[in-house]
Design a protein around this ligand. Structure first.
Ligand SMILES: Cc1cc2nc3c(=O)[nH]c(=O)nc-3n(C[C@H](O)[C@H](O)[C@H](O)COP(=O)(O)OP(=O)(O)OC[C@H]3O[C@@H](n4cnc5c(N)ncnc54)[C@H](O)[C@@H]3O)c2cc1C
Ligand code: FES
Length: 287
C-alpha cells in the first residue's frame, strides 16, 4: 500500500495528494507520470502526472481533478489511508534546455498541475520563464502563488474575466510571438483543443511548441495500443514515446475523435456518479 501523507482540496473538484513513494521520488524527472490503481481487483488504471517530489521526505505529489469513477474514489481517500499500486515514473522526461530568449509555459485548467514541474525545471536551467495560466473562472485557477513565485512573468486569463485578463490563453501567446523577443520555445498543457490552438498560434511564427498529450491509457507499457496518436507520418504511443510531442506535428483532430469514442458510455457513467456523489454528501462524509 502506498500511504497518503497529505491531502488538500485546491478547488471545487481538484485535489492535491502527497504519496509516500521514495523510489519514484528519487528517480522522477519533469514531464513524467505514474499509473495508479485503487484496488487489487483488476480495477481501472489511471495516469496522473508527478506534479512535484521530495527526495528527503520520500514523497511525490499528484494533483488531480475528480472527473470520473477512479478520480472520485481517490478524492474520497483520507490521509493515512493507502492506494494499492502506484507505478512509475513513466514516460519520457521533458527535454530541458537553456535558451537565450524566454520559454513560454501555457497551462489550461488542470493542465497547470503537469506544467508546474516543467516550469521548475526550465527555471532551474537558468531560463527566463513566462507562464500563461487559463481557466474558465477564478475559482478554477490552481497553483497561482506557486507559479507566481517561479515565473519571471505570470499572465492569468479567465474566460469570464473574474481574474486577470478576460481572454483565451492564445491571445497573450500570440502577442508574445509578435514581440521583439519572441519565445525560444512554448510548452502548452491543457485540454486537447487548447493545445491544438496554441500550436496553431505559434505555427506561423515557427516557434517550437511542445504539448503533453492526455490520451486514454491502459497498460502504460507500449503494448496495448490504447494511447496511439499520429505525429507527423508516424504512429506513436503516448505512454512510452511521450507524453510530450511536437505540437505542430500532432494530428489533434484524430486524437480528439478517438478520445470521444466513449462519450455515450461516459454520460451514463456520469449519471451514476452524480447519484453516488449525492449519497456521499447526504452521508456527511464529504472530504
Ligand atoms: C500522461 C497523462 C497524465 C495525466 N495527468 C493528469 C493530472 O496530473 N491530473 C489530472 O487530473 N488528470 C490527469 N490526466 C487525466 C486522467 O488520467 C483522467 O482524468 C483519469 O484517467 C480519469 O479517470 P476516471 O476514472 O476518474 O474518469 P472516467 O469517468 O473514466 O473518465 C473521465 C475522462 O477521463 C479520461 N480518462 C479516463 N480513463 C483514462 C485513462 N485510463 N487514461 C487517460 N484518460 C482517461 C477520459 O477522457 C474521460 O473523458 C492525465 C492523463 C494522461 C494520459
Ligand atoms: S497505454 Fe497501452 S500502449 Fe500506451
Amino acid at each position: 500500500m502506498i500511504e497518503i501523507l497529505k491531502k488538500e482540496q485546491l478547488s471545487s473538484d481538484v485535489y492535491l495528494m502527497k504519496l509516500h513513494a521514495p523510489h519514484i521520488a528519487q528517480s522522477r524527472r519533469a514531464g513524467q507520470f505514474v499509473i495508479l490503481m485503487m484496488d487489487d481487483n483488476y480495477g481501472e488504471r489511471i495516469p496522473l502526472t508527478i506534479a512535484d517530489g521530495n527526495e528527503v521526505e520520500g514523497s511525490i505529489t499528484i494533483i488531480f481533478q475528480a472527473v470520473g469513477g477512479t478520480t472520485l474514489q481517490l478524492s474520497r481517500m483520507k490521509e493515512g489511508e493507502g492506494i494499492s499500486h502506484v507505478l512509475g515514473p513513466l514516460g519520457t522526461p521533458t527535454h530541458i534546455r537553456k535558451h537565450s530568449s524566454p520559454v513560454v509555459c501555457v497551462g489550461g485548467g488542470i493542465g497547470t498541475a503537469p506544467l508546474y514541474p516543467i516550469v521548475q525545471a526550465f527555471k532551474a536551467a537558468g531560463n527566463r520563464v513566462i507562464t500563461i495560466m487559463g481557466a474558465r473562472n477564478k475559482d478554477l485557477l490552481i497553483l497561482e502563488n506557486e507559479m507566481a513565485e517561479l515565473s519571471d512573468e505570470l499572465i492569468i486569463c479567465t474566460d469570464d474575466g473574474s481574474r486577470g485578463r478576460k481572454a483565451l490563453v492564445t491571445e497573450p501567446l500570440k502577442e508574445l510571438c509578435e514581440s521583439d523577443v519572441p519565445p525560444a520555445e512554448v510548452v502548452a498543457i491543457g485540454p486537447p483543443v487548447m493545445m491544438k490552438f496554441c500550436s496553431e498560434t505559434t505555427r506561423p511564427f515557427a516557434v517550437p511548441t511542445v504539448v503533453s498529450l492526455n490520451t486514454i491509457m491502459v497498460d502504460g507499457t507500449g503494448m496495448c495500443g490504447g494511447c496511439r496518436v499520429t505525429v507527423g507520418d508516424s504512429t506513436k504511443f503516448v505512454c512510452v514515446d511521450g507524453p510530450e510531442f511536437d505540437g505542430h506535428k500532432v494530428d489533434f483532430n484524430s486524437m480528439m475523435s478517438r478520445m470521444s469514442s466513449y462519450k455515450e458510455q461516459e454520460k451514463e457513467h456520469q449519471c451514476r456518479m452524480d447519484a453516488l456523489a449525492k449519497d456521499h454528501i447526504k452521508g456527511g462524509t464529504q472530504p
